[in-house]
Design a protein around this ligand. Structure first.
Ligand SMILES: [Fe+2]
Ligand SMILES: [Fe+2]
Length: 244
């Protein structure tokens, strides 16, 4: 069904009158963004300020960290407006909600951070793109507001990686980080044939299947890392589409 054929939910008030399946689906997405934006900011962006090698790099990294915390704040606010309990919108060690496992590697170097922005934020851009035509307009508006900042983060990654790989040791460090970080990022798009994803598409909350998004992500990463930067991508088997 095309997005235009779905009922459009323009306000929080209209949201309250939607079927439970719709409300649950939207809450799941908002909750996941609120948690992952916060956790990412805590484990990557904020520590990266100390790793940044120059005042200029620190300044831009502060801006990235500020914006990632800002994304959490906006998603948390929306989550509260649509009835998600506060404890499900924040990450606390040992708490009810776990962030995605892609965040499970400890950030140690500036090069690793630049690679997380280069290809991690590209993964985030794809996720946000899928919400740009969402039937729940407050979430669609949030995606539209967030998008230019995510693009800035990915460009930040590309610009700094471009500088770093001019030197041989830098090229080796960036390649090594890509080899370790890229495979986990493909998992960011969820399992093929996911029931949740089918529900998101049924209600026009999202547009694409997990496997379509993972395939598009792999293609865009190859264009960027191999085509533009002259690096390599490790070979990873893409999740296969299952047709019922
Ligand atoms: Fe973000
Ligand atoms: Fe970002």
């Amino acid at each position: 069904m095309a997005a235009t054929e779905h009922t459009q939910v323009k306000t929080i008030e209209e949201f309250a009158h939607q079927p439970e399946e719709y409300k649950d689906a939207v809450r799941k997405i908002v909750r996941s963004h609120a948690i992952n934006e916060l956790y990412g900011a805590q484990v990557f962006d904020e520590p990266a300020i100390a790793l940044a090698p120059t005042p200029y790099a620190k300044w831009l990294t502060c801006r990235v960290a500020m914006e990632e915390y800002g994304h959490h704040v906006r998603f948390k606010e929306l989550g509260e407006q649509i009835g998600v309990p506060e404890e499900q919108l924040v990450y606390r060690p040992g708490g009810a909600k776990r962030p995605l496992s892609i965040f499970d590697f400890p950030l140690k170097t500036w090069e690793e951070f630049c690679v997380t922005k280069l290809i991690g934020d590209l993964a985030e851009i794809l996720q946000v793109e899928d919400l740009l035509h969402c039937t729940f307009h407050p979430l669609r508006n949030l995606a539209r507001m967030t998008m230019p900042e995510e693009r800035f983060h990915a460009q930040f990654g590309e610009d700094f990686c471009t500088d770093i790989i001019e030197k041989k040791a830098g090229r080796t460090a960036v390649q090594d980080a890509i080899d370790r970080i890229y495979p986990g990022l493909l998992g960011f798009f969820g399992a093929p044939g996911s029931k949740n994803n089918a529900i998101y598409r049924k209600w026009g909350i999202k547009i694409r299947t997990n496997e379509d998004m993972a395939a598009d992500y792999a293609k865009r990463c190859a264009e960027l890392c191999v085509g533009k930067l002259g690096l390599k991508l490790p070979k990873v088997d893409l999740p296969k589409a299952r047709h019922a």
